[in-house]
Ligand binder design. Structure first.
Ligand SMILES: [Zn+2]
Length: 248
């Protein structure tokens, strides 16, 4: 028996198999572009991934996209509390995503800095961009924002020398759909792609897409527990390598 929430919030949409189906449908109805190479008179789709909590899940979607021969943009969130870009394992995963041919952007958290207007944050945006470029040895050409609540002036097309995916063009002139918090707020992605009325920006958070059908809470709990498991495994590996005893 499936619950009311299962039907209402389309739990079964958020599997990796279904992601592949959506990509195949998107390829039929749109030209897949990125934030740099789109043409305004085309019916294009841009795939965007804000990596809030999981680089592991991101790589899984990146592999599906590679197999389906589409390119997307993965936005790195350097202040995430569920992954640390300086960790070797995460660094390797990020490099793998880049090697698959995808773009990397900066996912900037306005709330980390106590400023309310984007113009007062441009120097911080530049610093984070420089840090990522140096660390990943790749050009960062696009920026997206993490939970930009009560933040002013988003409309500029370029910020800190990068394309702003929250600009007036990308947010208001073309269609936009997001899976924020693991459900569709207004319309299902599949329906939007079937209709394919206008160019479309799709925001997918990889941690909300799993192999099994789960509720949004179960999907995010799985991600948190996966992080804990990885930390435990890394710790045990160090104990083994250094031949230390674990006293219980
Ligand atoms: Zn975010």
């Amino acid at each position: 028996m499936v619950s009311k929430s299962y039907i209402k919030y389309h739990f079964s949409d958020f599997t990796r198999d279904n992601y592949r189906k959506i990509i195949r449908l998107a390829k039929k109805n749109y030209i897949v572009r990125d934030f740099i190479n789109y043409k305004e008179n085309e019916k294009f789709i841009i795939l965007r991934h804000d990596m809030d909590y999981s680089v592991n899940s991101s790589l899984k979607l990146a592999l599906i996209e590679k197999e389906e021969k589409v390119k997307s943009t993965y936005f790195v969130y350097i202040h995430s509390f569920l992954y640390n870009i300086l960790e070797k394992r995460i660094h390797d995963l990020l490099l793998q995503i880049i090697r698959l041919g995808h773009n990397v952007g900066l996912h900037f958290d306005c709330n980390f800095y106590s400023r309310k207007a984007v113009k007062d944050m441009e120097s911080f945006i530049t610093k984070e961009k420089d840090l990522l470029e140096d660390y990943l040895k790749t050009k960062i050409k696009v920026v997206s924002f993490h939970n930009p609540i009560n933040i002013k002036d988003f409309s500029k097309h370029y910020l800190a020398g990068m394309i702003n995916v929250y600009s007036d063009y990308f947010m208001n002139k073309i269609d936009y759909i997001s899976d924020s918090n693991g459900y569709w707020r207004f319309r299902r992605l599949e329906d939007v792609i079937k209709e394919a009325n206008k160019p479309l920006q799709v925001l997918i958070h990889p941690e909300y897409w799993t192999d099994q059908v789960m509720s949004p809470k179960e999907r995010i709990w799985r991600c948190i527990e996966g992080r804990a498991d990885n930390s435990r495994d890394a710790f045990l590996e160090i104990m083994k390598q250094t031949k230390r005893r674990m006293i219980d």
